[in-house]
Design a protein around this ligand. Structure first.
Ligand SMILES: [Fe+2]
Ligand SMILES: [Fe+2]
Length: 290
């Protein structure tokens, strides 16, 4: 019989979970870290996380509500701009996710590019709207097969269709939801922003440049991690009399050589491809994609 932490059998842990209701409550009850219990539980369940655990992780996430989650190792990936992403970026993310013992993935937005529906002229050598959508859905399927659950904070590119529609006076009632179009699994939550371990994760629309993450941190009066700024990866620690704040800019996973990114060819700064891992909300590390 396998013992967890030299004290607990799988039966005892399941009995505690049934009685106390959540992984967090079990962890507090027996004085272990939540992540340790979560790993034990996934081991017992063969990696399948059941409804109770999902409820524990995702309770109350809806719309643009902030949610406080704690003690996470977060893999923050962003700006894939499907289907114009760096090929193999999902495998790269999974490698870092496993190596750094992450337990939550947050996708920072611009999941899809929607170049064909841009208000700027679309390149005639690129796929048309239908073909681009089909390719993007294929990319999403690959991402969701590697990461069956996570959180997506919507970016400006993701919102292009809904903005076009509402700008034309078309009610949302006539449209498919973002989740329906891109076949997003129920285990993925689509939000405007989310708070984990005291850090707000958001796409970061409207600001650019080296100081965008710092500016968002100051606007939010809270540690903040953003995507959106493709050519900047930075982790800054800002300290005031009230405490330490993290300001994180995560680069992107888009392919700058794609025709859809032609607008950036003359930029002196190149896209920085990689992901950031944030541990317990206190420290972060960027992993560049080779
Ligand atoms: Fe982007
Ligand atoms: Fe963006």
């Amino acid at each position: 019989m396998k013992l967890y932490g030299k004290r607990f059998t799988s039966e005892r842990l399941l009995e505690l979970l049934g009685r106390l209701g959540t992984i967090t409550a079990v962890a507090e009850h027996i004085g272990e870290r939540r992540r340790t219990i979560s790993h034990w539980y996934q081991d017992i369940r063969g990696g399948v996380v059941n409804e109770k655990v999902k409820a524990d992780i995702f309770v109350s996430i809806a719309g643009d509500k902030l949610l406080n989650l704690s003690n996470r190792n977060v893999l923050f990936m962003t700006d894939t701009h499907y289907p114009y992403n760096r090929k193999g970026c999902e495998d790269f993310c999974k490698e870092i996710y496993d190596k750094e013992e992450c337990d939550l993935v947050i996708m920072g937005g611009d999941l899809v590019d929607l170049h064909s529906t841009s208000r700027h002229m679309s390149d005639p050598d690129l796929p048309n709207s239908k073909s681009e959508l089909e390719k993007a859905v294929e990319c999403c399927e690959r991402l969701f097969s590697i990461f069956p659950e996570g959180i997506l904070t919507l970016g400006n590119h993701d919102l292009r269709i809904i903005r076009k529609a509402t700008g034309s006076g078309i009610s949302r009632s006539f449209l498919k939801t973002f989740e329906q179009v891109y076949k997003i699994p129920e285990e993925w939550k689509v939000v405007e922003h989310v708070m984990v371990d005291g850090i707000i994760y958001q796409h970061g629309n409207d600001l650019s440049g080296d100081n965008a993450a710092t500016t968002w941190t100051m606007k939010n009066l809270c540690s903040t991690a953003i995507g959106h700024v493709h050519s900047v990866s930075s982790i800054k620690y800002l300290k005031s009399a009230k405490g330490m704040y993290l300001a994180i800019s995560c680069g992107c996973l888009a392919d700058q050589s794609a025709l859809s990114m032609a607008y950036s060819k003359s930029y002196p700064r190149r896209f920085v491809n990689g992901v950031t891992v944030i541990k317990n909300g206190t420290h972060a590390q960027f992993f560049p994609m080779p």
